[in-house]
Design a protein around this ligand. Sequence first.
Ligand code: IZC
Ligand code: ZN
Length: 433
Amino acid sequence: MNKRPVLLRHAAQLITLQGTSEQPVTGKAMSDLHIIEDGAVWIEDGFIQMVDTDESVTAFYRDRLHEAHVIDATGRVVTPGLIDAHTHLVFGGSREQEYEMRLAGKSYMEIMNAGGGIHNSTRATQAASEEELYELSYKRLNRFLQYGVTTLEAKSGYGLTLEHEMKQLRVAKRLHESHPIDIVSTFMGAHAVPAEYKQDPDRFVDIVVNEMIPEVAKSGLAQFNDVFCEHGVFTPEQSERILRAGMEHGLLPKIHADEIEPYQGAELAARLGAVSADHLLRASDEGIRQMAEKGVVAVLLPGTAFFLKAEAANGRKMIDAGVAVALSTDRNPGSSPTENLPFMMNLGCQTMGMTPAEVVVATTINAAHAIKQAHRVGSLEKGKVADLVVFDAPNYAYMQYHYAVNLVETVIKAGQIVVEKGRLTDDLSVSSA
Ligand code: IZC
Ligand code: ZN
């Protein structure tokens, strides 16, 4: 732990998002970033102690300025550490051959139904040792960190047996403990129906409900429970059963909803009071209305639409309907193999009708709300964990305009400088710690 305080000075735009910790941000409020010009932040003991103009902060800490490690953010945008609320971080193998098949005309679902897709990654994940999965995922986390991500959600779902699901969740826990990025875990045993249950998928649902969920909940290794509710995967009825079983065991519901076909997923999320509904490319207007009413966060994944060549979810319509929107990478080996969350912000503007201000809210405080971390992170306010990113951009619109390159210059995680001049500061090569 860095004993010296850190003083970040002279941010051209210090994006604080203050006052947003209680409720997800919706509607017109998604355009208000609560910017301080020529802003400064005093950081000590891993937490934010003061956020104000440079003049006020330096006046307040006048007698202690000599103690601080100073970061000069002149001409730069500073945001809260970015948060990725939807990833499938821990998996073995890769699926570039399926990418080639898709480019040649096969669809994602055709490949999955022929035993590839998620099944392909499941075989590779089952075959991998805990150590192998740890090392592969650690490298992915390093990339995330260089893109400014300081907290992320990680789903299991490539194990599909209790043993291998628990293996994935244990790896996520070890990564949380050893890597600077904080990880929030989601159980997703209902990610695909294994081949041996294809004729009787309800038997697999029984196993998820009666055997996996109670054990996972007891282990304390997951906070959320997620299901792939999609035509040909889990029906809305099966999904509801699985999510309700999780709720009975204290696992909060999330749902992969209306990704490939309209399937009443948004409606189900609203009915259950899910924390988030994710994807939503084909969500109905009525489902969107109900999500707004129930305060379900929409976690939109523009990289997945881009990579599957699908029409992106209509973020504009959702925000205008009063839904709180978050944006995530969906990092996974099939439909979105990238750690570049800032590029998802670019895509939010280019393909979802969102504004440069809204995409910042969607990758900070609303993403924090989508994983129940808004009390700790997602805005720059006294008492929050000191997670900040300095972008080589003079204002937040420039971050979206100079697109698809990494503008991240400095990353501070819990008061520690973990990225400097765009490079990892520490030796974050894999250690078995
Ligand atoms: O491995 O294809 N959509 N789950 C639901 C995924 C994509 C991940 C994958
Ligand atoms: Zn997903």
